[in-house]
Design a protein. Sequence first.
Length: 329
Amino acid sequence: MKRTSLLLAALLTATLLAGCGANSGGSASATATYDMSVTEEASMGSGGGESNLMPENAATGETAQQKIIYRADMSIESTLFDTARETVLAAVEDTGSWMEYSHQNGTAEDRDRYANFTVRVPADNYRTFLEQVGQAGSVLSLNESAENVTSTYIDMEARISSLENQRDRLNELAAEAETTTDLLEIESRLSDVQYELESYTQQLRNLDGQVSYSTVDITLREVATLTPTGVTFPERLADAFAGGWHGFVTFVQGLVLTLVYLWPLLLVAVILLVILLPVMRRRKAARAERRADRASSAPYPYSQPSAPQDSPAEANKGEEKAEEPKPKY
């Protein structure tokens, strides 16, 4: 029993030392992350341009041992949405990639469709895939990043190797255990080691998947006219005219659709007008006729005879009487 306890204590000490060594080794390793943001001004068939993100010595043994995760984010617009979408799907098939996520929305009539794709691309075909997808339309933006996870990968491998050694040694101790107490203690430690081993193994497997398959997010949008990039004033004027005409056509189409949608209400309104207009006209004519009848039946106003006027001779005579002087007494 004493021998088993000593072996178990020695094993635990070795475990702690191995873990510290793995951590220090991982801390000493260099981790490089490269970020690049590229805004493309190419039109249809541009291909997205070249990038120096991928190491030039990709075929050498030193770079082959590096664990690098490549990611990209592309924004594309096109006036031919269906053709552009088929180009993206063809690039997925040609490079041996697989579609992790796909979503599409909008209608062809309104010409406002857009689609989002998340594609997992084999690292060896990463650059080829970007070039093929760039031919789907006008690349508005291309953002790329490269994360060197070599130190993390080495650290996980060291932890897994250490845990595997612990597991094997604990199995040997369990076989040599002389008491139930020692056996239970060994099995408890063995369960913890097995759990950690499975966790690190899964993390390493996920890391391998990210290194082997790069992630590319694509946004594809349908537009009536491509976004102008470095064009002249006449070209901008032509684009503005085309955009205005498209807006006018869209407005007329919307108006027609609204009228068609409201045709039952319009039909009821027409029927009411057909019924009510004659009634309103008859009422208006009757009111006018009554006003005319009242005006014709009213009596003429009575005129008073004027006072008689004096003749001119009598008027002169009266004036003479007025001019006679009064007698003086």
